[in-house]
Design a protein. Structure first.
Length: 283
């Protein structure tokens, strides 16, 4: 049965001091224990103790460059690389290259890989660019994907809406990732949030289109998953659990795991989504 630990591929352990004031307020508004969360951002031992309590073996720490919307600069990459050194067997660093603010995207991807970054994040709604804008007026973006593909670094793309004050949601429709499937056929692509709450069918189509595309279900209330993705069990091999904790509306990772375990899907599919698919992607 479910006597194994989960892997959470989407938690936000970030340098909160970089956030602009209105975003900082929105980030923790839903948490009664926000001070405890801030303490975890500063002390990996506190985060690891929390992960132990909620039954998570490994976690991917999502960081990305979005100075206009969030306040995060490229320094967030170095910050997360330092943070995960406390427990590299359990904490996985996610970084970012913003093609509008990077002169040589290929070189920066190489630098991040050498820092120990294991995943790159593209956040269209916060970076204010389409994920396929290289086909229009942002050729540096293609260098990002090319080098990630060469190095075997997965790329996570935020799909679906964002509630942060300066976000622009038009950029985050999943179908724009379709060009990446064609132009970078060996690149592993993770669709964060599965396009929720507007574009779930598009996300499901992209997962079915390519074995290198993965669905990630963070910030979807687990009790609503089968409403959003009725055929979830069919793509369990390409689906990963994520919480988005402590982001908006996500109060506790453990509560989300327990709710997920009540879904009427097979034990085998649950294990793939909670653990095995992530182990395959982040081997």
């Amino acid at each position: 049965m479910n006597n194994y630990l989960a892997i959470d591929v989407h938690i936000h352990i970030q340098p909160l001091e970089m956030l602009n004031p209105e975003t900082f307020k929105a980030f923790g508004a839903h948490l009664a224990n926000f001070d405890e969360v801030v303490a975890m951002m500063r002390d990996p031992a506190k985060l690891l103790a929390y992960l132990d309590r909620v039954g998570v073996e490994k976690a991917v720490l999502i960081n990305y460059v979005a100075p206009d919307v969030m306040g995060f600069t490229a320094e967030t990459n170095d910050w997360v690389a330092r943070y995960v050194q406390a427990a590299p067997d359990r904490l996985i660093a996610c970084g970012s290259v913003h093609p509008r603010f990077t002169q040589d995207c290929a070189a920066e991807v190489e630098r991040l890989a050498n820092l120990g970054i294991k995943l790159l994040k593209v956040h269209p709604a916060h970076q204010l660019i389409y994920p396929n804008q290289y086909r229009d007026n942002l050729p540096q973006q293609a260098k990002l994907y090319e080098r990630a593909q060469d190095l075997g670094l997965p790329v996570m793309i935020h799909t679906g809406t964002s509630v942060f004050p300066r976000a622009r949601n038009k950029y985050a429709q999943p179908i724009y990732a379709d060009d990446l499937i064609v132009d970078f056929p060996k690149l592993r692509i993770i669709l964060a949030h599965g396009g929720r709450p507007l574009w779930m069918d598009e996300a499901f189509f992209l997962v079915r289109r390519s074995k290198n595309v993965f669905l990630e279900i963070s910030n979807i209330p687990p009790q609503n998953l089968l409403e959003y993705f009725p055929r979830l069990e069919q793509i369990a091999d390409q689906t990963m659990f994520g919480s988005d904790w402590p982001g908006p509306f996500v109060k506790d990772i453990g509560a989300n795991i327990e709710k997920f375990k009540t879904l009427p899907i097979s034990d085998q599919a649950q294990r793939k989504i909670l653990r095995d698919t992530a182990l395959k992607v982040f081997a």
